[in-house]
Design a protein around this ligand. Structure first.
Ligand SMILES: *[C@@H]1O[C@H](CO)[C@@H](O)[C@H](O)[C@H]1NC(C)=O
Ligand SMILES: *[C@@H]1O[C@H](CO)[C@@H](O)[C@H](O)[C@H]1NC(C)=O
Length: 374
């Protein structure tokens, strides 16, 4: 009896130790977040074990767990019609809002789910419900893209998938089939999906046939750069669940099929140190001391290494590619982008990526006004 009591106490203490994480007082539902984080961490640990045993890639195992727990098959409600189909070979789930006689042509949003380019699915409950709600409340057609993930494919295949599906959808006969108003189409995505949406927005903007086809982009806590992992938000939230800094850096390395040995060096910005020439020209485009307001920079100091590790960008040149890091695009590319909505969150390493992008878009738009007047 006594020993089982001791055992129980030990187990409770161990569980509490595993689950409890100190959180800022402004986090609402701290226990919900802790439980979600503990669940996600244990799923990651099980996946790492599976990987270690040579049974499967850890990201495949992790995604299997995520998708099996959250899968929702396409269903038809009285309100929203849901169809799984493919657009030019890319799987999509289409949500059609209820027909409205007074508004025969619908708006449309192309939606790209998040998950570090490696996880989740348009078919899990979370995204299914989000897109259903959007279709219903906006009286819209939502195209949620089931793009291929790491480790089946790597950068830039994810971008190719979302570009291909979106191009297919924008054809007049396809828009007609879904009763979509060609003048009221937007793109949106969250996290890594926000990254892909931003990349898609830039790519369409540079293509004369596709320019102006998208009226709005809504980027939800987008991932926008991999050059500075010491922005104020990265420093402030380096240990914040669900996305501590090292996890985000690993997603980046996975996206490029890079080497995990670089992760620790990238965390201290050794990949963009002053002696790494390839990064020099880009540094000004994400100079947060000038792009972020004082209310955000507070007392945080930039982390700029004099000497670092030049091998990282030589082995992973994709780190410096604006298709992976839309924040570092040239001003010219940012100039004519569609109207942009960006949502960022305080307790998130990605917060400042979004704020810096908003600032760069504003400056680009202002420079357009100046040029147009000249
Ligand atoms: C960063 O680079 C410097 C210079 O090469 C090296 O001394 C240091 O150990 C590196 N830091 C990490 C975490 O790799
Ligand atoms: C970043 O901006 C600050 C303030 O405007 C400036 O002093 C600094 O030289 C800039 N750094 C780079 C690398 O552009």
């Amino acid at each position: 009896m006594r020993s089982s009591c001791v055992l129980l106490t030990a187990l409770v203490a161990l569980a509490a130790y595993y689950i409890y994480i100190p959180l800022p007082s402004s986090v609402s539902d701290p226990w919900k977040l802790m439980l979600l984080d503990a669940t996600f961490r244990s799923a990651q640990q099980v996946s790492n074990l599976i990987h270690y045993l040579g049974l499967s890639h850890h990201l495949l195992a992790l995604n299997f767990i995520i998708v099996s727990f959250g899968k929702k098959s396409a269903w038809s409600s009285a309100q929203v019609k849901v169809t799984d189909t493919d657009f030019d070979g890319v799987e999509v789930r289409v949500f059609e809002g209820p027909p409205k006689p007074e508004e025969p042509l619908k708006r449309s949003v192309v939606y790209i789910h998040g998950g570090g380019w490696a996880l989740a699915s348009a078919k899990i409950r979370y995204y299914d419900e989000l897109c259903t709600a959007m279709a219903e409340e906006l009286n819209a057609v939502i195209v949620s893209i089931e793009y291929r993930l790491v480790p089946t494919v790597y950068f830039p295949a994810q971008i190719h998938d979302v570009v291909r599906a979106t191009k297919y959808f924008l054809q007049p006969e396809v828009l007609h089939k879904y009763s979509v108003d060609p003048g009221r189409i937007g793109i949106s995505g969250d996290s890594a999906g926000g990254n892909l949406a931003a990349a898609l927005g830039q790519q369409f903007n540079q293509d004369d046939n596709l320019k102006n086809k998208l009226r709005v982009q809504a980027l939800i806590y987008p991932v926008l750069q991999a050059l500075d992992f010491n922005t104020p938000s990265y420093q402030q939230n380096m240990n914040t669940p669900i996305l501590p800094r090292y996890v985000m850096v690993k997603y980046w390395v996975d996206y490029f099929k890079g080497n995990y040995d670089f992760v620790q060096a990238m965390i201290v910005n050794n990949h963009t140190s002053l002696d790494v020439e390839e990064a020099a020209a880009l540094r000004a485009r994400l100079n947060w001391t000038s792009l972020l307001p004082a209310s955000i920079t507070k007392n945080y100091k930039p982390v700029v290494q004099t000497t670092g590790n030049a091998r990282i960008v030589q082995e992973i040149p994709q780190l410096l590619d604006a298709r992976s890091a839309p924040l570092i695009a040239e001003q010219e590319v940012l100039r004519h982008l569609p109207k942009t909505y960006i949502l960022t969150c305080e307790h998130d390493v990605l917060r400042d990526d979004g704020i810096m992008y908003a600032k760069r878009l504003e400056s680009a738009a202002r420079s357009k006004v100046t040029t147009d007047q000249a």
